[in-house]
Design a protein around this ligand. Structure first.
Ligand code: NAD
Ligand code: MG
Length: 397
């Protein structure tokens, strides 16, 4: 029992995905420090079963009820009937609030991750925040809840993790910070003739030049909406207005962000484009633990290039700043419309070069007030999804 106190008990939500898998990889390197208490996913029964076999959590959850029932049967058949399985959004959120969980990794994709992120926040957990949509949809409510509950938020998203590393002590903000700079690789189409964007296939869009990630965020990287969501994320995390958060193209994806101070210094974080680096920082914080990633050989890397973003090529970035400035629930509308547009593109119902137009149309409606809780966030999300679906139908029709 004494040893148990030195162990951090993890809930990994979105365990079967790209961030979830990388988190489990880092945890497995430090069995004396981390115990995987709970794991959750959307509907991937076999994926979560394999994780249960390897990590022996006490609890598991699937958002899909039928899939959760199948998981229960499969676990029993494999001699793991002791694993307690819960189902649905509430079942996933229950793991986030579990009394025997110390730290929650929020790696669910999309606005679907909001309920469990908020549950972890209300329960005052340490949150290793990967799900950026939480801050985009309900950033003010989430940060306010954390202040009230004492939840500690450590960003996993590589740019925000880099900023966090560049801030003094364990402060999330500093009055000496003048601006922060998020780097963007520019994605797979940074040099492509804009006249040829119409023909882009989902396969081309998810093939990122530097990072290996889930499908949705890979498309977001190709449109640069990912950077737009990250600007919004940064404003909430570090309490900065949009005009003090900039984006610069950096093709090598080695510098992840820079914190600019009033004395003229930038502090930059430099590392391989491998999510285990920021994940390990978040897990070990305030210390540092091995991630399985080596330091990069700078002489071999050779160059670090920076260039301005061409907003005509990447209209989604402009739309994100527009939503931030509009305030209220505009960022929640932006996020929902983007999820619909990206989904339609992946289903081959929408052309790549029309993703921005669908989002712009959804944003043109009257801006709702900022969501104060899960229910109001859900209402804004549903309304914006309907508007975006209608825009998709009109665009293709
Ligand atoms: P992914 O698609 O690889 O994995 C998503 C995970 O969420 C899967 O385990 C899936 O089963 C689970 N899931 C889906 N719907 C669910 C639901 N309703 N309830 C519970 N679980 C559900 O996604 P990813 O690339 O790992 O991204 C996860 C989050 O992390 C996203 O918000 C993304 O923006 C953010 N992020 C990812 C990266 C990256 O390198 N992949 C980097 C920074 C931030
Ligand atoms: Mg990022």
């Amino acid at each position: 029992m004494v040893a148990e106190r030195d162990v951090t008990r993890l809930a990994v939500l979105g365990a079967t995905g790209s961030i979830g898998t990388n988190t489990l990889d880092v945890a497995a390197r430090h069995p004396e420090t981390f115990r995987v208490r709970a794991v959750a996913a959307g509907r991937d029964v076999e994926g979560l079963l394999a994780i249960c076999q390897r990590y022996r959590p006490d609890r598991a959850a699937l958002a899909d009820e039928a899939a959760a029932a199948r998981l229960r049967d499969r676990l029993a058949a494999e001699g793991l009937g002791d694993v307690e399985v819960s189902a649905g959004e509430a079942g996933v959120a229950a793991l986030a609030a579990d009394a025997e969980v110390d730290a929650v990794v929020t790696a669910v994709v999309g606005a679907a991750g909001l309920a469990s992120s908020l549950a972890a926040c209300e329960a005052g957990k340490t949150i290793l925040l990967a799900n950026k949509e939480t801050l985009v949809v309900a950033g003010a409510a989430f940060m306010e809840t954390a202040r009230r509950s004492g939840a500690r938020i450590v960003p996993v998203d590589s740019e925000h993790n880099a900023v966090f590393q560049g801030l003094p002590g364990d402060k999330a903000t500093s009055p000496d910070v003048e601006r922060i700079l998020l780097t963007a690789s520019g994605g797979p189409f940074r040099d492509r003739d804009p006249g040829t964007l119409a023909a882009i296939t989902p396969e081309e869009a998810v093939a990122h030049p530097n990072w290996s990630m889930g499908q949705k965020i890979s498309v977001d990287s190709a449109t640069m909406m990912n950077k737009g969501l990250e600007v919004i994320e940064a404003c909430h995390l570090f309490d900065l207005p949009p005009e003090r958060v900039d984006v610069v193209i950096h093709r090598q994806s080695l510098v992840h962000a820079l914190v600019g101070y009033r004395d003229g210094s930038y502090l930059a974080q430099v590392g391989s484009p491998d999510m285990r680096v920021p994940i390990a920082y978040a897990m070990g914080y305030p210390g540092r633990i091995a991630s399985g990633v080596e330091l990069i050989d700078l002489a071999a890397a050779g160059r670090l290039d920076f260039e301005a973003v061409d907003e005509r090529r990447f209209p989604c970035l402009r739309l994100a700043y527009q939503a931030l400035r509009a305030g209220g629930g505009a960022c929640a509308v932006l996020n929902a419309a983007n999820e619909v547009a990206v989904g339609a593109f992946l289903d081959r119902r929408l052309r790549f070069d029309r993703i921005a137009a669908v989002i712009e149309e959804a944003l043109a409606a009257e801006t709702p007030p900022p969501p104060g809780d899960l229910a109001s966030a859900g209402a804004i999300d549903a309304q914006a999804r309907r508007a975006a679906e209608a825009a998709v139908a009109r665009t293709e029709g």
